[in-house]
Design a protein around this ligand. Structure first.
Ligand code: FES
Ligand SMILES: [Fe+2]
Length: 366
């Protein structure tokens, strides 16, 4: 299914370029002089170095950042031997060949894009991008939010972590809200009212959870206390504490708080599998441009609160994998799972069905 790469707001103006955090910077987005956004694999075909070596010191001093500029005529220049590529990825200059008055034939590896609102996905075969229903979703219309429309927003921050659990365990746990009142008792459970949960699992490509705002708290950790205070600072009480959407096996889109247009934050979180069985979690934070002046505490408080939930979920994921390892090592790997609650674990059932579909698509090569 189409893989999430990034958003149009990463490259808002002509001549902007940005590597994609969600893929571990394996792609470069570039908006040419014609205003078109194109994507390339972040590999220079000359010696296969990274074309944009993010966070590396390429001249011993300065570090290359994710966000940067093309040359004034819209070219990408590899810093290692200065091979230069135009907006279509075709080579236009190779310094070492200048004297010979010839340029080697090389092109960057282009990646076809498919857009959904401001989100950019890698076009994968003919698999449809089944997100139109989300754009039209009646609950978002009611909240006054146009999902995936990031106009007026900016990429405010990116967080990253390396995790020891599998990306698939993360996706499974994301769909399980049954653990919230136990595992997140002093934290996330103080933000949301789990008795106000509704789910939408109509599409097999995604599932959605709407979780009501909790009116009265009991014992609450400092981070969630601060975040609630920031949300309520302007006198708005959101309908939902969170809306979560799981797209495919390991990409989530999240909205916090949900129906305060000047303040709602859009979050993309991707769990990218790593060869050792662990995963890398990349979190992109999109916030209204005016948020910093309007409510400067909100985004930092949300990031701190989110980190508390993530730490609690980390323990849950590791424990789940430890339990399953115990079963396998004791010859019980085929043991079936317990029942799932139709609402609180409805997205877990959906997750298993979606994985089965993805695996059979992989097996049949579609
Ligand atoms: S590796 Fe890019 S110019 Fe040589
Ligand atoms: Fe959790």
């Amino acid at each position: 299914m189409p893989r999430y790469l990034g958003t149009t707001v990463m490259v808002p103006s002509k001549l902007d370029r940005h590597t994609t955090p969600a893929t571990g910077d394996q792609h470069v987005l570039a908006r040419g002089l014609d205003g078109e956004i194109r994507a390339f694999l972040n590999v220079c075909p000359h010696r296969n170095n990274q074309l944009v070596p993010v966070d590396r010191a390429v001249n011993g001093v300065s570090r290359v950042s994710r966000k940067g500029k093309l040359t004034p005529n819209g070219s990408l220049v590899c810093p290692f031997h200065r091979y230069t590529y135009d907006a279509h990825g075709d080579i236009v200059f190779a310094p070492a060949f200048e004297e010979r008055k010839c340029t080697p034939r090389l092109s960057l590896e282009g990646v076809s894009l498919r857009a959904c609102g401001d989100l950019l996905f890698e076009r994968t075969g003919e698999y449809p991008l089944l997100l139109a229903d989300v754009m039209e979703h009646e609950e978002f219309a009611r909240l006054g939010i146009r999902p995936f429309d990031l106009q007026g927003m900016k990429l405010a921050a990116v967080d990253a972590s390396i995790e020891k659990f599998s990306a698939l365990t993360a996706g499974e746990v994301f769909g399980d809200t049954d653990h919230v009142d136990d595992i997140h008792r002093d934290s996330f459970d103080q933000l949301v009212d789990m008795s106000q949960l509704s789910i939408d699992v109509k599409s097999l490509d995604w599932s959605m959870q709407f979780v009501g705002w909790r009116e009265k708290t009991t014992v609450i950790c400092d981070e969630y206390f601060a975040y609630r205070a920031a949300v309520l600072a302007k006198g708005n009480i959101p309908r939902y504490g969170a809306v979560w959407m799981l797209y495919g096996p390991c990409t989530t889109f999240e909205w916090y708080p949900t129906d305060v247009p000047d303040e709602h934050v859009f979050v993309v979180s991707v769990f990218e599998p790593l060869p050792d069985g662990g995963c890398r979690n990349l979190i992109e934070w999109y916030a209204p441009r005016a948020l910093k002046e309007r409510n400067p505490e909100l985004l930092p408080a949300l990031r701190d609160a989110y980190a508390v939930t993530a730490a609690e979920d980390r323990e849950l994921c590791l424990s789940s994998e430890e339990g399953r390892r115990t079963l396998v090592q004791n010859g019980l790997g085929e043991r079936t799972l317990g029942p799932t609650h139709p609402l609180q674990e409805g997205c877990v059932d959906h997750y298993y069905a979606m994985l089965a579909q993805q695996l059979s698509a992989l097996a049949s090569g579609t």
